[in-house]
Design a protein around this ligand. Structure first.
Ligand code: BES
Ligand code: ZN
Length: 612
């Protein structure tokens, strides 16, 4: 027994799953999926095979050839992080058929009742499998060290439609024989049901499995891009069409920089506000929070990031979460290269500056947990959702930039293309990257302390604080706030969201309340439509004990479920030391809990249990 991933029961001596065929019957009234999964292994196997699962109700495991049951057992108590191990005894089979249903509390699924949707008339469900939640939808070797191709037959209400991180094959009427192996009480081919079929031909790590089902509509925004959202939400569809009009240009720039786009289509899905992330790089169908639509095309940054994953992350994948920086550090670098071309160097530098501030804040957050400040870090017994931070993104970005600065852009671009071409559709670890780096840039280890960068704590001294006129100006204006000086109308005349965000994040954590209120009176920050600005401001307001903003804080926490906003606001409330703040945190969470994605619920719970 040799685990290959601290977050999975997958054993290195077992054959890998190469293909999964799923038959899914979505029951909205019970928030359950009745399912079968046919797993195909790379070779026949005799022995006990380990699979990951979480909160699944398993009804049988069969040999698909004979339909005889296969002996199996489940680990008696679920591991709090990895879930339940399924051990199946095989004697020479290369396929396994599992019949099961998901739990209404499946960590990857958010089920929205009609009142929780925009239309208020139709239900909605969507997945979020990264980091380790795919196992709550289907039993699998849920590790990015393994890649699978998949096909799906999905039975859904006829009033809804489905999208997936896969190619849509067709929508058709259900066939009676399709459900015989699932729960016999299901009306598989009831009149008001349809089947949507999908195939994913490119092998992907399980965390990139994704679907959403709802009353969906779309707009064409480019030759290989549609943007989807709830069809009733015409406002979002209209705005998204404008916000993401530049997507094709980004894909072309990405191809120039990193090589051919290998996934055929690049569609976007704008999710309901409870979506816990800014974006998720599900291949062929990127998921986005509606908060990225700000009306000034700045949402393009998140699209650039998720697009960049098409090369770094989705083509070259970290072998497990201990090497997550390989995914996010490279992607942050690639994102900024795309942004630099399409939005200009100034914007790219501002983003770098926001990232630099974020990285410094993380060093403070992890001052008693230095392991989390390392690029490569030990995650034995650690839940990846609990240690999610800017470190893999921004320290990873800094490391990649450090190499670029050492060798120069031209040489680095060539290296990057070769790196991607060499490892595409593979999963690698930090050492594999470093070996490749040393082999292709001889002597690099004499110029850069590679070990310090990848294994050391904190921010190495040769990291690079960005410089640009506007960046430096904003930092000095933030400094002046401490002396009681507010930026003038002239100074902020050209500022958009990113400038404000950088400014607010560089203010002292706690300020003189009257000054905070005066700043907001003048620039209306608490009411900003840009959530980055609004939340950065509210964070300062909470820490400065400006209690008149508690109403706005409550409203924000009840409107969006993006963890980038929940985390700092709940943290600020919980850590402020004030009873009123703590009370507000508890009360809002009690009331808003049900509207959050299960992953976000867990994250807020752990913040509150730590401080309250
Ligand atoms: N893959 C991540 C989101 C993620 C990370 C989900 C870890 C689950 C576990 C995605 O690419 C991402 O980084 N999103 C960012 C957006 C961004 C522009 C940095 C986010 O959600 O804020
Ligand atoms: Zn990312």
């Amino acid at each position: 027994m040799a685990p290959i991933d601290p977050h999975s029961f997958t054993d290195s001596t077992h054959p890998l799953t190469t293909h999964v065929s799923l038959s899914l019957y979505l029951s909205f009234p019970t928030s359950t999926i009745h399912a079968s999964a046919l797993l195909t292994l790379s070779s026949p196997f005799s022995g006990t095979l380990s699979l990951d699962s979480r909160s699944l109700s398993l009804s049988s495991i069969l040999d698909p050839q004979t339909l005889h049951p296969l002996p199996h057992s489940l680990s008696p108590t679920p591991d709090p992080i990895r879930g339940t191990e399924i051990s199946v005894v095989l004697s020479g089979q290369s396929q396994i058929l599992l019949i099961y249903s998901t739990s209404p509390a499946a960590s990857a699924l958010q089920w929205l009742s009609p009142p929780q949707t925009f239309s208020k008339t139709h239900p909605y469900v969507y997945t979020q499998c990264q980091a380790i939640h795919a196992r709550s939808i289907f039993p699998c070797q849920d590790t990015p060290a393994r890649r699978i191709r998949y096909d799906v037959v999905m039975n859904i209400p006829a009033s809804l439609s489905a999208v997936m991180s896969a190619r849509h094959v067709r929508r058709r009427l259900p066939l009676p024989e399709e459900a015989t192996h699932l729960d016999s009480s299901l009306c598989w081919c009831a009149e008001d049901r349809v089947v949507e079929e999908f195939v994913m031909e490119q092998p992907i790590p399980p965390y990139l499995f994704a679907f959403a089902v709802g009353e969906l509509g779309f707009r064409e925004v480019g030759p290989r891009t549609r943007v989807y959202a709830e069809s009733a939400d015409v406002e979002v569809l209209d705005a998204a069409e404008v916000e993401f009009a530049g997507t094709e240009e980004m894909i072309r720039q990405g191809e120039k920089l990193f090589g051919e786009y290998d996934w055929e289509r690049f569609d976007l899905l704008v999710l309901p506000p409870s979506f816990p992330y800014g974006g998720m790089e599900n291949p062929r169908m990127v998921f986005l929070t509606p908060t990225v639509i700000k009306g000034d095309a700045s949402g393009g940054q998140v699209v650039a990031h998720e697009l960049a994953h098409s090369w770094t992350g989705n083509l070259i994948t970290n072998v497990n979460n201990e090497h997550f920086w390989l995914n996010e550090g490279f992607t942050t670098y690639a994102e900024r290269r795309i942004v630099e071309v399409v939005q200009g160097a100034d914007i790219a530098t501002l983003n770098m500056g926001i990232g630099w501030r974020g990285l410094k804040d993380e060093m403070e957050r992890f001052k008693d947990n230095l392991e989390c400040t390392k690029l490569k870090n030990n995650q034995q017994g650690v839940d990846p959702d609990d240690v999610y931070s800017q470190v893999p993104y921004e320290k990873g970005f800094q490391f990649v930039l450090r190499i670029e600065r050492q060798v120069g852009r031209t040489a680095f671009d060539e290296f990057l293309k070769k790196y991607i071409a060499t490892f595409k559709f593979k999963s690698i670890d930090t050492d594999t990257f470093l070996d490749f780096l040393k082999a292709n840039i001889p002597g690099i280890e004499k110029e850069i302390n590679l070990e310090l960068w990848t294994e050391g704590v904190g921010i190495p001294e040769d990291a690079y604080e960005p410089v640009s006129t506007i960046y430096t100006k904003i930092i000095s204006l933030a400094e002046e706030f401490k002396q009681g000086k507010m930026p003038s109308e002239d100074e902020v005349a050209e500022w958009k969201g990113q400038e404000w965000e950088l400014y607010l994040e560089n203010l002292p954590k706690s300020c003189e309340p009257s000054q905070v209120i005066a700043l907001d009176k003048r620039y209306r920050l608490a009411e900003s439509k840009d959530y980055e600005v609004k939340v950065s401001f509210l964070q300062v307001a909470i820490s400065s004990k400006c209690r008149e903003y508690h109403g706005e804080v409550e409203k924000t926490l009840k409107t969006v479920g993006r963890m980038k906003y929940l985390r700092p606001l709940f943290n600020a409330l919980a850590q402020s030391g004030g009873t009123e703040e703590k009370q507000l945190a508890k009360q809002v969470f009690a009331e808003a809990r049900e509207t959050y994605h299960p992953i976000a619920q867990g994250v807020v719970e752990s913040i509150l249990s730590k401080y309250i």
